[in-house]
Design a protein. Sequence first.
Length: 166
Amino acid sequence: MRIFLSLRLKKKNLLKLKNRDGNIKKEEEFMPKILAFLCNWCSYAGADLAGTSRLKYPPSILPIRVMCSSRVDPLFVLRAYLSGADGVLVAGCHPGDCHYEKGNYYTRRRFAMFKKIIEDVGLESDRLRLSWISASEGHRYAKVATEFTEKIKKLGESSAKNKIFL
């Protein structure tokens, strides 16, 4: 399975604000680029529910639908960082509710191992998050998206895309 990620988004989004004189003043605000790998059966449906319910959450998340959270290869996450993503969110079914029986248990083990590898390589492990979101939890998806975006805003732009890996 090959996924080619292209995060060709602007480094910073511009907000246009008016001065007292009525002139438009441009002010830069950092908007992180967050890639979200969402389970088809639960998390993606939760994100869809959040959108159709018109819940407020930041537009900084780019969702990628995967059949199961266990199908997210750690190389996808690493490639996302090196392609310019400021954060990566992996979301799946709650443990025990996986449509593929044991998929989220594999994800949990792989995630714990990969987080240690990221720290050993010298990247910030806080830029990676795992969440369990079911199809009926649109409010939870909006909350996770908002919290993670705020956390990444505090961390600032990722330096991983400037590092050279062999």
